[in-house]
Write a protein that binds this ligand. Structure first.
Ligand code: SF4
Length: 124
C-alpha cells in the first residue's frame, strides 16, 4: 500500500508543498518540489530529519546569567530532548567569545555546541 507524507519545504521562502509517496518504508516518488534542493530536503526529512537548534547555558561570572548557544550543523530531530537535557547540565565561565566551543561532539553526534555571542566577565 502506498503511504503519502505531506511536507512543506523550508529550504527557501517559496515553501513548496511536497508529497512523498512511500511503499514499505521506501520512497518511491517525490512530487511538488520545484527544484532539486526540495527533493533533497524531502529525502532527508523522511530518512534523517534534522533541525537547527538554539538555546542557552548557564554562565558563571558573566554580565548576564545565561549564554546563548547554537549547534554547528542541523541536529537529529529525535535527539533534541537529549540535547536540551545536556545543555541544562552545562555551565561555562566568562569571558566567552562568539564561536567558542561550549560542548564538543555533543552526545557523540560529531556536532559541536558553540557560543552565539561574546560574553564578558563582570570583572573584565
Ligand atoms: S522545492 Fe526548491 S523552490 Fe520549492 S521551497 Fe524547496 S528549495 Fe524552494
Amino acid at each position: 500500500m502506498i503511504e503519502k507524507r505531506e511536507l512543506i519545504c523550508v529550504t527557501c521562502p517559496r515553501g513548496c508543498r511536497i508529497t512523498v509517496e512511500m511503499e514499505d518504508e521506501k520512497i518511491i516518488r517525490i512530487l511538488g518540489n520545484t527544484c532539486e534542493r526540495g527533493k533533497k530536503y524531502a529525502e532527508s526529512e523522511i530518512k534523517d530529519p534534522r533541525r537547527m537548534f538554539a538555546s542557552t547555558v548557564r554562565i558563571r561570572n558573566g554580565v548576564h546569567p545565561v549564554l546563548p548557544v547554537t549547534v554547528t550543523q542541523p541536529f537529529p530531530k529525535d535527539r533534541l530532548k537529549d540535547l536540551s537535557a545536556e545543555l541544562r547540565k552545562t555551565e561555562v565561565t566568562a569571558p566567552v567569545r562568539m564561536g567558542d566551543v561550549i560542548v564538543k561532539n555533543v552526545l557523540g553526534t560529531g556536532i559541536d555546541v558553540i557560543a552565539s555571542r561574546d560574553m564578558e566577565s563582570v570583572r573584565s
